[in-house]
Design a protein around this ligand. Sequence first.
Ligand SMILES: [Zn+2]
Length: 129
Amino acid sequence: VVCRFCGSVPAVQTKFRGHRGMIVLMQFLSTEGPFCRDCGLSVYRYMTSRTLIQGWWGYGSIFITPVTVLINLFRRLKLARLAAPQPNPHGASQPPMSPGPRLLQRPMTWLGIAIPIIAVTLIVLFAGS
Ligand SMILES: [Zn+2]
């Protein structure tokens, strides 16, 4: 199994999900592996941080977004156990993607976590008045 993006080894087969809520409509996104550790972390961080921003904006999406994030967190464990990517000795490969900053080091992640907290606070305030 080689990474679908860079061709490095080792790689694991997994799939990261994203979610976008649009009031009543919603969009399910996914990127399927196999991924090497670095390309997989890059995809995981990108999709999870975007989901935290774009996921909350719909009726069903309020519930689907945290589930999507939890699925990604769980699947990330499989990647984190991989050794650092090495060029595939039997085929072409290119340098792996940069994994980028960790999820909790991205301002978008914190903004995304703040959205449901602000929403619940506003609902409580308006319900109380
Ligand atoms: Zn890769």
